[in-house]
Design a protein around this ligand. Structure first.
Ligand SMILES: Cc1cc2nc3c(=O)[nH]c(=O)nc-3n(C[C@H](O)[C@H](O)[C@H](O)COP(=O)(O)OP(=O)(O)OC[C@H]3O[C@@H](n4cnc5c(N)ncnc54)[C@H](O)[C@@H]3O)c2cc1C
Length: 479
């Protein structure tokens, strides 16, 4: 096999493997270099998302939800189960099987698309004599080799941010990967950061019985979500037993006698608490360690992210970057779209990423989902708007499921009626947001949505009624 390619992708996570498969589909000779080592010591493609992110966290969320429902939802259906127990080995083992299925699936897709896969660390060296971009690979066995391509796509992803005074030891102070691997339910779990990862993984262990305290430095709960949605979510998380402390800044974490002693500061001064495990989930940083030779020409911004233009181009001939390693939300599907668009731009096609309609989902109970602008953003931007909302309490299907919590809120332009944002909290909203994204992508209005037939009885009727409510004509509530 020749070591000259049309496209080399560094990083086989969601952004990188989408870029590679699309490039191969378009007839480009493609290679992927990925360094992620699976549990068996072999290469595990799929990056953070498949190995220690989206998929394993959703597997544990689903298992823990089933367990929680036994005591908290099924009795209302007249079903009771006594002495329900969790076998943690099976619980974690099921997640691992799912991870393996999907990481192996990416390897098979590479084979099917004739993509050459290298196991090791890639470093962009710069232009070689043939005018291509040279990449040095250090194999996981330490062997080095150099390959080159007309185009290199950097997709090196992100890693958890470590607090200098609460360094990960992966025993007591853990990151997201550690929180997916616990071999016993901790009696007391501390979580630093009430963001998506903290809330999702905190929910998993709370549902299994851990006392969970979440410390969030910011004064507002879920500040990026719509305020009405965050309010409902905060109340429901309280009912679950997540003890969320806002404006609480961790200042010290010390492991002593198999416990973690924490000190945090809030408006009332310093407080001490003791936990058995501490999950630090204060965000992620772009990962570019060892990725770029000094003279590669690729630049990083003040947060360490690879600088790119609106077409994910780095400004260096033939060098592109996508996914968590560049600006924009750190979401797998944002990386998917950037990866595919870059492959299309390389092939001379019209790639496209609409950053204004990226859906956000938090897979807690209730789920939270949104796309587009919040009321706060529209106020700040001086855009006139009108709002419609509808509660799941008045949706027959939600009541039948005994999950009648939350609401759908639709925001449309006051004059044109164009949908500017949709915000939801409640059952199944991770799926309901998709139709709103479609409507927004097609520049639809609230009236368009109101005139689209939604099956009865379904949860999607909440979207329909919210759209009707924008024009004060919801049927199943007062307007
Ligand atoms: C617990 C958790 C839950 C999440 N849940 C969701 C969710 O539900 N939905 C969602 O959209 N997002 C979720 N995310 C975020 C999502 O995982 C990331 O946005 C996504 O994985 C980013 O994709 P990426 O391809 O840019 O990078 P990554 O997935 O980080 O992949 C980068 C890959 O590149 C490799 N690499 C890095 N440098 C080199 C190098 N020099 N040479 C070779 N290989 C290299 C890494 O080993 C890795 O395999 C979650 C994240 C976490 C941690």
């Amino acid at each position: 096999m020749s070591d000259k390619f049309d496209v080399i992708v560094i990083g086989g996570g969601p952004a990188g493997y989408h870029a590679a498969i699309r490039a191969a589909q378009l007839g480009l000779k493609t290679a992927v270099i990925d360094a992620f080592v699976g549990k068996d010591g072999k290469q595990a493609l799929g990056g953070t998302c498949l190995n220690v992110g989206c998929i394993p966290s959703k597997a544990l969320l689903d298992s823990s939800k089933q367990f929680y429902n036994l005591a908290h939802n099924l009795p209302a259906h007249g079903i009771s189960v006594e002495n329900a127990k969790v076998d943690l080995k099976t619980f974690i083992g099921r997640k691992e099987k799912i991870v393996k299925q999907f990481t192996g699936g990416v390897a098979q897709l590479f084979k099917a698309n004739k993509i050459t896969s290298y196991f090791g660390t890639g470093k962009l060296l710069g232009r070689d004599k043939s005018g291509g971009n040279a990449v040095e690979i250090t194999g996981n066995d330490g062997e080095k080799q150099t390959i080159s391509a007309t185009n290199v796509i950097l997709a090196s992803g992100s890693v958890p941010i470590e607090l200098p005074f609460a360094k990960f030891d992966n025993k007591f102070i853990i990151d997201n990967a550690g929180a997916l691997e616990l071999d016993a339910v901790p009696k007391r779990l501390g979580v630093i950061g009430a963001g998506v990862i903290g809330l999702e993984l905190g929910s998993v262990w709370r549902r299994l019985g851990a006392e969970v305290t979440v410390l969030e430095a910011l004064p507002d709960f879920l500040g990026t979500a719509d305020a009405d949605i965050a309010k409902v979510a905060s109340k429901e998380f309280g009912k679950l037993g997540l003890n969320i402390k806002l404006g609480a800044k961790l200042t010290k974490a010390e492991v002593k006698k198999s416990e973690v002693q924490l000190t945090y500061n809030d408006k009332d001064g310093d407080h001490d608490i003791v936990v058995d495990k501490l999950l630090v989930a204060v965000g992620r940083r772009a990962y570019t360690d060892g990725l770029l030779a000094e003279d590669s020409g690729v630049k990083l911004d003040e947060r360490g992210r690879i600088i790119v233009d609106e077409h994910c181009h780095t400004g260096v001939d033939g060098v592109w970057a996508v996914g968590d390693a560049v600006r924009g939300p750190m979401l797998a599907h944002k990386g998917f779209e950037e990866g595919m668009a870059v492959a299309e731009w390389i092939a001379g096609k019209a790639g496209h990423v609409n950053y204004d309609t990226i859906p956000w989902v938090i897979y807690t109970e209730p789920e939270i989902a949104w796309a587009g602008k919040t009321e706060k953003q529209l106020k700040e931007e001086g855009i006139p708007y009108k709002v419609g909302s509808f509660p799941f309490a008045a949706i027959g299907r939600a009541v039948a499921m005994n999950e009648a919590i939350g609401q759908v809120k639709m925001i449309a332009h006051a004059e044109t009626d164009r949908i500017l944002g949709v915000h939801m909290v409640g059952p199944g909203v991770s799926e309901l947001i998709a139709e709103c994204v479609v409507a927004m992508e097609f520049k639809g209005s609230a009236e368009d949505m109101a005139r689209i037939i939604h099956a009865h009885p379904t949860l999607s009727e909440a979207v329909h009624e919210a759209a009707l409510s924008v024009d004060k004509r919801a049927i199943h509530k007062g307007n």
